[in-house]
Structure formats: C-alpha cells, structure tokens
Design a protein around this ligand. Structure first.
Ligand code: GDP
Ligand code: MN
Length: 351
C-alpha cells in the first residue's frame, strides 16, 4: 500500500526523522499559517510538475489555493486532503531512499546529490547505493555525507540513516523515499517529501494501520519495471496467456493484471493508474472474454477511465463474448478499433 505523503511523514516523525511543521487541510476555511507550501495529497508522484504543490506567501491567497487544489485531478486522482507546511528555505535538494534489493536480499540505501522533481532524468548507475545488512552500520554517515558534499554533516546523516532504517523495518515498509531531502539555509536536513510503501502482507500485525490510502490491487504484479507493453485481462489464466503471447512476439511485458469479474469504471481507472506509473509503457493490451462480465460494460468503463487520463498510452483492445457487438459500437464511436483475437491485437502492435 502506498501511503499518502501526510501519512508517511507522520510515521517518519515518530522515528525522529525531521519533517516540516504542517497540518492537514480538507476545507477552504481551515486555518493555515503563511508563508507556507500547500500540497495535494494524491497517491502518485509528479505532483510538483502537475501544479499540485503551491507556495503561498500571503494569508489572503490561502482559501483560493485550497479550493483550486481540492478540484485539481492529478493523473486521475483527486485529493480529499491537502498538506499545508511551513515554507522551507531550501539551499540544496538531495535524494535518499531505502528499498529492498530482492537479488541481494538486503535493504539497500540509494542516494543522489541532486534530488527533486528531475530525479528520473539521472541514469541508474549515477546513484550512490549501499547495502544495509543490519543494525550498527557504522561509517555510513561519513561516506554518505562525503558523497553529498556535506562532510560536516556526517553525524546528522548517520543518525538520519539509523532512524530511517528503524522506521523501515519496524513499519514493514518495502520503500521509504525522501525526495527532496532538503538542506535548508540554516543548515538543517529536512524531509521535504515523504513516500512510503507498506507490505500489505504484514497488515495482520499492524492494527494501527488505519490509513486513507487504499491497499494495492493484489492481482496486479509488476513483471518488468522497464517493460513496454502492459496488459489487462479477466481471469488469471487469460492474464497469464496474454503476458506469454506478448513475450512470444519479442515484446517486453510490463505487468500481469487480472481484473477479475468486476470491471467497473473505478477498477479500470485504478488499473490504468497503476500501469501509467510504470515509466516505459507505450501500449496497453486489453484482453477480455465476457462470460458473466458484459463486454459493453467493460467498454463503457474503458472510455470513462480514459477520459480521466489524458496521457494514457495506446490501447489495443480485444473484447469477445457476452455483448461484444454492443461494445464494438461503443468503442468505434470513440475511434477505438476492436480486435476479434489477441493475435490481431499483437499484429497491430508490431505493424
Ligand atoms: P512531488 O513532485 O510529488 O515529488 O512533490 P514534492 O513534495 O517533492 O515537491 C516538489 C517540489 O516542490 C520540491 O522538489 C521543491 O522544489 C518544491 N517544494 C516543496 N516544498 C517546498 C518548500 O517548503 N519550500 C520550497 N521553496 N520549495 C518546496
Ligand atoms: Mn517528491
């Protein structure tokens, strides 16, 4: 489950990780101190670039910014809450995260000297990485502070990494990311943004996990973070066959997704959002066999979800079975070609 920023920061704070002073806002007249930064609480990155992070200097602008942000959809998500925080006076933006390296079976620290909204423009081999095999990882503060070019901060950096490690393991997190980690003009290191993914399988031992964020779709599996062709099918068998067929054509499948029998506009929208979070997807193959599920319901759901996500990659659709003719009419009206078979879907992709 991907926590919202305010949820992640409230956990981080309990582990002694410095976060800005802030409050959660849900209505335009909620009290907010200025100057401040007001941030949309949607479970997706890239809010800064999408206009979801706004600096407010004077009090008379607050309610207008709150109203605007509460209506601003970002990649298909509309926030129910905003986070208003003290404005940081930022000298440098750094990057710091902990994640699980599944090959080495260790928790791995990843850092970069230049954090912020352009982090994805750095190539993977540019990052500082270090395995954290357990408690007592002495020396990481020195090495990392040197890497950041902040040698005088080695003690602070060491403490930050130790706190992050405790936060990560005690919370059963699979990702803990601070981007930007802000160096302020008065010399503090503060988490400007906080992202946390919790392991849904550990929920049974965390009765305290009462979040606005929703657990991830269990039937969605990322197969290849760099994959180019995403897929969405109903039924695990058909979903596996779809992935295999994509790979057999020499294309790189990005994910496995079984949407099950409930293809509502909400579930399709959520699936598209998970797919568009993958960086290299250029096409989505939709492969539905309508038995109980009505193909025209699925078509309607696809069109609705599509209207919320203007930057959706190309859709290649095969719907067959129950009410496929009606589905074809619906999709044709919006310029989408309905394929009779998966083979012809893939032919279109390769042509
Ligand atoms: P994201 O785009 O979803 O990752 O949202 P972030 O919370 O990382 O904010 C994006 C950018 O907004 C940051 O990289 C900063 O440059 C800027 N920003 C966020 N908070 C502050 C702040 O308190 N002061 C200043 N000056 N800039 C901020
Ligand atoms: Mn960020």
């Amino acid at each position: 489950m991907n926590l919202l920023e305010y949820e992640a920061k409230s956990i981080m704070k309990t582990f002694g990780i410095p976060v800005p002073v802030g409050s959660v806002v849900a209505e335009k007249n909620d009290p907010v101190d200025t100057p401040c930064v007001i941030k949309s609480q949607v479970p997706i990155g890239g809010r800064g670039k999408a206009g979801g992070v706004v600096v407010v200097q004077s009090e008379d602008k607050v309610s207008e910014v709150i109203e605007r942000l509460l209506c601003l959809g970002i990649k298909g998500f509309t926030p129910t809450h905003l986070l208003a925080e003290e404005l940081l006076s930022i000298e440098r933006e750094l990057y710091l995260s902990l994640t699980i390296n599944r090959s080495s079976e260790q928790i791995e620290l990843i850092a970069h000297r230049e954090g912020g909204v352009e982090i994805e423009s750095h190539s993977p081999d540019e990052f500082f990485t270090r395995a954290l095999p357990g408690r007592g990882f002495d020396g990481v503060g020195d090495t990392l502070a040197d890497y950041y070019n902040l040698p005088e901060k080695s003690f602070v950096v060491q403490e930050l990494v130790e706190n992050l490690y405790r936060c990560f393991t005690d919370s059963d997190a699979t990702l803990l990311e601070i981007n930007p980690l802000c160096l302020t003009h008065d010399g503090r290191l503060v988490a400007g943004d906080g992202k946390m993914t919790l392991d849904d399988a550990a929920a049974y031992r965390h009765p305290d996990w009462q979040f606005e964020a929703k657990p991830a779709n269990r039937n969605f599996v990322v197969l290849d973070q760099e994959g180019a062709v995403a897929s969405l099918a109903n039924g695990a068998g058909l979903a596996m066959a779809t992935v295999d067929a994509i790979a057999a054509q020499g294309l790189k499948p990005a994910n496995f997704l079984d949407i099950g029998g409930a293809a509502t506009p909400e579930t399709i929208l959520r699936s598209f959002q998970q797919i568009t979070a993958l960086p290299n997807v250029t096409a989505i193959v939709i492969n539905i066999f309508g038995g109980i599920v009505r193909c025209d319901d699925v078509a309607q759901a696809i069109l609705e979800a599509q209207s919320h996500l203007p930057e959706l990659p190309r859709l290649v659709v095969r719907l067959s079975g129950n009410r496929a003719d009606e589905a074809k009419t619906l999709l044709a009206a919006s310029g989408l070609n309905l394929h009779p078979t998966l083979t012809s879907c893939l032919e279109e992709l390769l042509s």
